[in-house]
Design a protein around this ligand. Structure first.
Ligand SMILES: [Zn+2]
Length: 184
């Protein structure tokens, strides 16, 4: 049920984007609890779950929420936006270094810049994906508030600078706000 709703939302919200989601399970036993979105060579969106994640999920609401979150990353174009941010970061930091000095500084500044650029936006992306993920999961008949309890069990990244994920409490709050808006 979640897949057709994700595809319908994708078609409603995007133009010229491949909305034919493929769901893949990484069956290697040594992989950590993880889910992620990528694209295959033809641009088809792929959502991968590890076995550990499936084993860790307590109910279908949690699995649906994780999948809706990953589908939302694709619908919101986060992979492309992340690449552009990384490039902009490299240019800004590279510009600073070339004003001061040598090529080695320039190269390492560009690497650092790409790292900062790629990381510093991803907290916002995560919260955006939680918000749209909440809408998709609810529309598909799952309870996003139950589903988002999954965050409560994964390690909380806290509020570290350059952390790739927002604190779990912040994510749960975003889900609650979105659900309140849906019901209001
Ligand atoms: Zn995410």
């Amino acid at each position: 049920m979640l897949e057709p709703v994700s595809e319908a939302e994708c078609r409603r919200l995007t133009v010229n984007v491949n909305c034919d989601f493929q769901i893949v399970v990484d069956s290697r036993l040594n992989q950590p609890v993880n889910a992620f979105q990528s694209r295959d060579g033809t641009g088809r969106p792929v959502i991968t779950f590890t076995l550990a994640l499936i084993a860790d999920a307590r109910n279908s609401d949690e699995l649906a929420f994780v999948m809706a979150h990953e589908a939302a990353h694709h619908i919101l174009g986060h992979l492309d936006r992340q690449e552009r941010n990384a490039m902009a970061g490299a240019l800004i930091f590279g510009g600073l270094a070339s004003a001061t000095g040598s090529t080695t500084t320039l190269e390492s500044a560009q690497r650092l810049g790409a790292f900062v650029g790629a990381r510093s936006y991803s907290k916002d992306f995560e919260l955006e994906a939680d918000e749209l993920g909440t809408l998709i999961a609810a529309r598909a008949g799952y309870d996003p508030l139950v589903g988002a309890r999954f965050f409560g069990r994964i390690p909380d990244p806290g509020n570290r600078f350059l952390g790739t994920h927002p604190p779990n409490a912040e994510r749960f709050q975003r889900v609650e706000q979105t659900v309140a808006r849906l019901r209001g």
